[in-house]
Design a protein around this ligand. Structure first.
Ligand SMILES: Nc1nc2c(c(=O)[nH]1)N[C@H]1C(S)=C(S)[C@@H](COP(=O)(O)O)O[C@H]1N2
Ligand SMILES: [Mo]
Length: 318
């Protein structure tokens, strides 16, 4: 058992990881062997070589996205992560370094004019990067605010040229149980999958994020490329994306497959709709002892509320 020293503000992990708490019994019953199976493998060969995209940072800041809350310290954000591929705790920084983020390519497929594969290093030079300050809210009721760098998803959708039959966009994380010990835990529906409607994906807010705090994304944040949807609970913000598919049917997401009664497709932030196991009325600020009220759509109602007109009958907030 790893004992990690906690900063004063940190929540005990027993309180901070309710996202998966319903699984604990199943986990106890299964063997922990999968978790250590890959532990002796060497770190990625790419570790230590300079990042080929360094010259793109820091990217121009888009001042349209300002914050009314303080920025989280880089160090706090970088050491308190959810990335279940690398373990069930918040302390996955070291484990995640084993993911080789080069070479990295993204498969673009499904209902598009012409499916293609694009290298990550080509993609970041094809579409302009910008920096935005965004709030971030995990369904577990902790929150932060960080400067992300990325490509507006809207520009990526334009590059992919979806056909009219495409109604949803599906994102898939890498699948490699040899480097990601969590993926040996067979009761999880790997690979991690998330999705948005095309209307959501072409809204101004979603970013395909490649950097944070003016630098390329560290592995624990989902290098080399992950989604950020700031008005939705954090589990929608899928990390280390390998495949993007344009599809006609609503994709079945990782968390829905695990526990549909607790985690839905829409997952928009709403203080008035509690999670079945805890309240969403307030949020713990990462790096501080402060709790503050949760905001509807995490404060982004002006930009996104219109997306949900006519969908009031759906479970928009879970
Ligand atoms: N592939 C993958 N993506 C993921 C997760 C994960 O376990 N695997 N966790 C999600 C959850 S629950 C949260 S809160 C955010 C955390 O992002 P951060 O570690 O960069 O703060 O990543 C999301 N994306
Ligand atoms: Mo989360």
């Amino acid at each position: 058992m790893l004992i990690k020293r906690r900063a004063g503000w940190e929540m005990p992990e027993s309180e901070a990881t309710p996202e998966r708490a319903f699984l604990d019994r199943r986990q106890l019953l299964a063997t922990g062997a999968g978790l250590i199976a890959g532990a002796a493998l060497p770190r990625s060969a790419a570790a230590g070589t300079p990042d080929p995209t360094l010259d793109l940072y820091p990217a121009r800041r888009n001042e349209r996205y300002a914050l009314d809350v303080p920025l989280t310290k880089a160090e706090d954000a970088a050491n308190y992560n959810n990335f279940y591929e690398f373990g069930m705790s918040k302390d996955i920084v070291d484990a995640s370094q084993r993911l080789a983020t080069r070479p990295w390519s993204i498969q673009v497929e499904g209902l598009v004019e012409k499916p293609f594969e694009i290298g990550f290093d080509d993609l970041v030079r094809r579409l302009p990067l910008e920096e935005r300050l965004y709030r971030f809210r995990c369904v577990e009721a902790w929150a932060m605010a960080v400067p992300w760098t990325g490509i507006p998803l809207k520009s990526f959708v334009a590059l992919a040229k979806p056909l009219s039959g495409a109604k949803y966009i599906r994102f898939e994380t890498f699948l490699n149980p040899r480097v990601a010990p969590g993926q040996n835990q067979r009761w999880y529906p790997w690979p991690y999958v998330e999705g948005l409607t095309i209307a959501e994906a072409t809204n101004e807010l979603p970013l395909l994020v490649t950097g944070i705090y003016g630098k390329p994304l560290p592995t624990q944040h989902g290098a080399p490329i992950r989604l950020i949807t700031p008005w939705k609970y954090g589990f929608k913000s899928v990390k280390s994306i390998r495949r993007i598919s344009f599809v006609a049917e609503r994709p079945k997401t990782f968390w829905q497959a695990l526990q549909a009664s607790e985690y839905g497709f829409w997952a928009n932030v709403n203080p008035a709709v509690p999670h079945p196991r805890w309240s969403q009325a307030s949020e713990q600020v990462l790096g501080s002892r402060e709790r503050r009220p949760t905001l509807i759509y995490n404060g982004y109602g002006d930009q996104v509320a219109g997306l949900y007109k006519g969908l009031e009958g759906e479970a928009l907030f879970m």
